[in-house]
Design a protein around this ligand. Structure first.
Ligand code: SIN
Length: 424
């Protein structure tokens, strides 16, 4: 159903469902680990500790590209923390959303552990389908949703962030990425090529974590571009349910238009189309479905390509060159978004440099792995215009709860903190 509705290939769709299964497994263990700290009180015969309570009902807004996984990262964790969930999925993936929500509602109806005094246990999971202007706005404005977790474009995130902040609510934002992979002269180029192809072409370039920029050492740049061009020529484009297919269609005609505009702008700005391009789009114009060809655009050394600073949700890979790793890291960090990043190198020094505070400024930093394909066990999200939120594993659960600091006086005196004397 995922493949049919949004076009990613079956293997990736199955992977996405596996993520939902994995996060559900993770949450079974997490339910026993919603730990608070204890701390010593400065006052005698006092005890202090922190505990975590549910927020109540959490609003979850998701995008079309991961219609199952992203809801699962949020809803499974939010429910484990004791919350109910109101979900607004993308208008482009209503069927998957209805199917998934019905599945978890059925589980809730069939279990006998959680039975509220009034109400239907299935209502822990609710779904509202509608436009951003009506449903989305109603959710962001509603104080009964103390947390809105939203995944989508930076533009959407800015709007949601401002609306929710206006009522002093909480936001968890997972917004756009402009992810780069640095390939140094010390890299295993076979690994680098495979990682770049999966990162740039997987999900037809429509992941938040898609590799959009490749920053390659001058000494290996021709070799890498050659290897990539040969790999791109092998990418089978077509029916996402066919096992041979590696790249399905884009989500809509508008997405094709945006890809075309980005390519035209890149060429105007001095980029050289190595493969795909506008011609690659036109070659598929008569097909049913929004098919395009993955595109590589090489940027002449020493020049800038302003269009590469924008996230275009399409399989376009911009290839830049560098000489010094410091310069590569500066290029890497020069964009507004800060989601995912990667370095391909066999040099420990280069890898550690990339992971240091002077290295990647992203929420996710990988060594010898591409930028996409995160595991659920880690916290997922990014910095700068990506919004700063963290979903999924690690301690992301804290976003879905309210912290309470408790102090208990078990003595028979009332000493004040800081030793203040206040005797009447
Ligand atoms: C996404 O949220 O776009 C993808 C996550 C991933 O690539 O692992």
């Amino acid at each position: 159903m995922i493949s049919l509705e949004m076009g990613k290939i079956r293997a990736e769709a199955i992977g996405e469902v596996q993520e939902a299964v994995d996060i559900a497994d993770f949450c079974v263990g997490l339910s026993r680990q919603l730990y608070g700290l204890t701390m010593h009180s400065e006052r005698p015969r006092h005890r202090m500790y922190e505990q975590w309570h549910p927020l109540g009902t959490v609003g979850v807004i998701t995008a079309f590209n991961f219609p199952v996984a992203v809801w699962s990262w949020n809803a499974m964790v939010a429910a484990t923390c004791g919350n109910a969930i109101v979900w607004k999925p993308s208008l482009q993936t209503p069927l998957v959303s209805i199917a998934l929500n019905n599945l978890v509602r059925r589980v809730m109806s069939e279990q006998d552990i959680f039975q509220p005094d009034d109400g239907d246990p299935a209502d822990v999971f609710t779904l509202v389908i509608g436009t951003d202007e009506t449903v989305g706005q109603a959710m962001t404005d509603d104080r009964r949703l103390p947390l809105i977790s939203a995944t989508g474009s930076c533009r959407m995130g800015r709007h949601v962030g401002q609306a929710v902040a206006g009522r002093l609510g909480r936001c968890l934002l997972e917004l756009g990425g402009n992810n780069a992979m640095i390939v140094t002269a010390e890299a295993n180029l076979d690994l680098a090529t495979r990682a770049a192809v999966f990162g740039a072409v997987g999900t037809a370039g429509q992941r938040c974590t898609t590799t959009r920029r490749l920053i390659v050492h001058r000494d290996v740049a021709d070799d890498v571009v050659g290897r990539l061009s040969s790999a791109y020529a092998q990418v089978a484009i077509g029916d996402p349910l066919n096992d041979e297919t590696l790249m399905g269609p884009l989500i809509s005609r508008d997405a094709i238009e945006r890809m075309k505009q980005a390519i035209e702008t890149a060429v105007e700005q001095g980029g050289e189309v190595i493969c795909g391009g506008v011609e690659g789009i036109e070659r598929h114009a008569e097909r049913r479905g929004y098919f395009v060809e993955p595109t590589i655009i090489r940027v002449p050394p020493g020049t800038d390509l302003p269009v590469a600073r924008e996230e275009t949700f399409a399989p376009i890979l911009y290839v830049f060159e560098f000489e010094q790793l410091d310069d590569a890291i500066a290029m890497h960090n020069s964009v507004d978004q800060g989601l995912s990043s990667a370095i391909m190198t066999d040099s420990l020094r280069e890898a550690e440099m990339f992971l240091s505070h002077a290295g990647s400024d992203c929420g996710i930093a990988n060594v010898n792995i591409g930028t996409s394909g995160a595991e659920i066990g880690g916290a997922f999200g990014g910095e700068k215009d990506t919004g700063g939120g963290r979903e999924s594993g690690s301690d992301a659960w804290k976003n879905y709860m309210r912290r309470q600091t408790c102090t208990i006086n078990w003595g028979d005196q009332l000493p004040l903190a800081q030793g203040i004397s206040f005797d009447a």
